[in-house]
Design a protein around this ligand. Structure first.
Ligand SMILES: [Zn+2]
Ligand SMILES: [Zn+2]
Length: 453
C-alpha cells in the first residue's frame, strides 16, 4: 500500500532537497509517480462526495473556498504568495509530484500546478482582497463612528433633569393664553386726541421700517439711526406737547393696567425662581436680593415670548392686550428706556432660542452672584455655573450652528443690566410723584423699592 511509504517520505525528501543524494532523488521520484496515480483516483472519488472539507491540493483539512477552490489555509497562502510574486517554479522531479499535507512544501512547482488544476484562479485573489479591503473599510468606519459617538458631547442625566425642571417651571408660570389679563385694571389708551392719532400714524410707519430694517440688515447702522431718530421724533413731539393739555399730560392712562401687568409678572417670576433647583436652599435674604434686582430683567426676557417683529409690539391675546411703545410711554416710561428695550427684544427674538435655552437664560439671569445685597456669593455662583454649563452643553448638542450663540446670550444679559439701570431711574422719578406711586401695587413698590431688604 502506498500510504505505507508516506511516513518515510519526509526524511527522504529532506535528503533530496539539499541535493546531497542522487540516488535518493531517483527513488523518491519513482515513489511519487506511483503515488500520484493512486491519489488522483482517490481525489476523484472525494470530489464526488459533495465538496468534502478537504484541501483539493494537499488533502489537509480545508477551511473553505479560497480563490475558487476548497483548500486548506496553507495552500490558500501558498497560492496567493505565488501569484503575487509571479513565481516561476521548476519541479526538481518529473513534474507530477503527488502533493500531500506532509510533503506540500517540498515541490512548489507541482503544488502550484495542482492549485491551478483544481480551479484556483488568480483573478479570485484580487476579488478576495477586494472583499477583505471592503470588510476592513467597513470595520474602520464602524470604529470611527463609535469613536465619534463616544466623543459626541452629551448632556448628563443631571443636566437633562435640570432643563426639564426649568421648562416645567416656565410652563407653570407663563400662561400663553394671557387669560388673567382681564383681571387687571383695564388699559386706557386715551390722550390728546389729535396728537394721539398722529403718534399712532407715525408709530405705524415706524413699525414697518423697523421690522424691515431689522429683518434684512440687523447690523445696518443707518437703519438703526433712522429708527432711533423716528422714535425720538415721536418722543419729542409727545414731550413737547404742553403739560397743560386738558387732563394734563401727567395723567398716565396706561399706568394702572401696566402696573398690574408688571405686578402679576413679578409674582410669576417669583414662582419660576422658586422652582429653580437650589434657589430655595438659599437664605431668604439672598432670595429676596436676587429677586429684587433681577425681576425687571427676567420680565423683559420672558416678555420676548409675546413680542412680535412684525409690528414691534407685545401681543398678549386680544387687541386690548397688545402693547406698543406708545402704550408704555403712557405708563410713564420714556424712549430712553423703550428704544433700547425694543432693540433688545428684536435682538433676542432673532436669536431664535429654543425654549430650553430661553428658560436657562432666565434662570442664569436670576442667579447672578454679583447682585447688590447677595451674601452667599459662592453658593449663588455655583448654582449659576451649573446653569451656564448646562446651557453651553445644550447648545453644543442640540443647536446646530450655535457656535456663537452662548456668547450672544451672555451679551443679552449685559444689555439687560443697562436696561435695568435705566428702568430704575425712570421708576424712581415716577414713584416720587404720589399721584403715580398710588397707582402701583404693594408688590411693585416692594420689589422695585430702593431699600435693600
Ligand atoms: Zn492544502
Ligand atoms: Zn514536482
Amino acid at each position: 500500500q502506498v500510504s505505507g511509504h508516506v511516513p518515510s517520505l519526509r526524511s527522504w525528501l529532506s535528503l533530496q532537497l539539499c541535493g546531497a543524494c542522487d540516488t535518493g532523488v531517483q527513488r523518491l521520484t519513482n515513489l511519487m509517480e506511483s503515488m500520484a496515480v493512486s491519489t488522483s483516483a482517490a481525489g476523484a472519488e472525494e470530489s464526488d462526495r459533495n465538496v468534502p472539507r478537504i484541501c483539493g491540493v494537499c488533502g489537509d483539512k480545508a477551511t473553505g473556498f479560497h480563490f475558487n477552490a476548497m483548500t486548506c489555509e496553507g495552500c490558500k497562502g501558498f497560492f496567493r504568495r505565488s501569484m503575487k510574486r509571479k513565481a516561476n517554479f521548476t519541479c526538481p522531479f518529473s513534474g507530477n509530484c503527488k502533493i500531500t499535507k506532509d510533503n506540500r512544501r517540498h515541490c512548489q512547482a507541482c503544488r502550484l500546478k495542482r492549485c491551478v488544476d483544481i480551479g484556483m484562479m488568480k483573478e479570485f485573489i484580487l476579488t478576495d482582497e477586494e472583499v477583505q479591503r471592503k470588510k476592513d473599510l467597513i470595520q474602520k468606519r464602524k470604529v470611527e463612528e463609535a469613536q465619534r459617538e463616544a466623543q459626541r458631547p452629551r448632556l448628563s442625566e443631571e443636566q437633562n433633569q435640570l432643563i426639564a425642571t426649568l421648562v416645567e417651571a416656565h410652563h407653570k408660570t407663563y400662561d400663553e393664553s394671557y387669560s388673567d389679563f382681564s383681571r387687571f385694571r383695564p388699559p386706557v389708551r386715551q390722550g390728546p386726541v389729535t396728537r394721539s392719532a398722529s403718534r399712532a400714524a407715525s408709530l405705524h410707519s415706524l413699525s414697518d421700517t423697523s421690522s424691515d430694517s431689522f429683518s434684512h440688515s440687523p447690523e445696518s447702522t443707518d437703519m438703526k439711526l433712522m429708527n432711533f431718530s423716528s422714535i425720538m421724533m415721536m418722543y419729542q413731539e409727545q414731550s413737547s406737547s404742553p403739560e397743560s393739555s386738558e387732563e394734563g399730560s401727567s395723567h398716565l392712562s396706561m399706568l394702572p393696567h401696566l402696573a398690574d401687568l408688571v405686578s402679576y409678572s413679578i409674582q410669576k417670576v417669583i414662582g419660576f425662581a422658586k422652582m429653580i433647583p437650589g434657589f430655595r436652599e438659599l437664605t431668604a435674604e439672598d432670595q429676596i436680593a436676587l429677586l429684587k434686582s433681577s425681576a425687571i430683567e427676567v420680565i423683559m426676557l420672558r416678555s420676548n415670548q409675546s413680542f412680535s417683529l412684525e409690528d414691534m409690539s407685545w401681543s398678549c391675546g386680544s387687541p386690548d392686550y397688545k402693547y406698543c411703545v406708545n402704550d408704555i410711554t403712557k405708563a410713564g416710561h420714556t424712549l430712553e428706556l423703550l428704544e433700547p428695550l425694543i432693540r433688545f427684544q428684536v435682538g433676542l427674538k432673532k436669536l431664535n432660542l429654543h425654549e430650553e435655552e430661553h428658560v436657562l437664560l432666565m434662570a442664569i439671569c436670576l442667579l447672578s452672584p454679583d447682585r447688590p445685597g447677595v451674601q452667599d456669593h459662592a453658593r449663588v455662583e455655583s448654582l449659576q455655573d451649573r446653569l451656564s454649563e448646562t446651557l453651553q452643553a445644550y447648545i453644543r448638542v442640540n443647536h446646530p450652528g450655535g457656535r456663537l450663540l452662548y456668547a450672544k446670550m451672555i451679551q443679552k444679559l449685559a444689555d439687560l443690566r443697562s436696561l435695568n439701570e435705566e428702568h430704575s431711574k425712570q421708576y424712581r422719578s415716577l414713584s416720587f410723584q404720589p399721584e403715580h406711586s398710588t397707582q402701583l401695587t404693594p408688590l411693585v413698590l416692594e420689589v422695585f423699592g430702593s431699600e435693600v431688604s
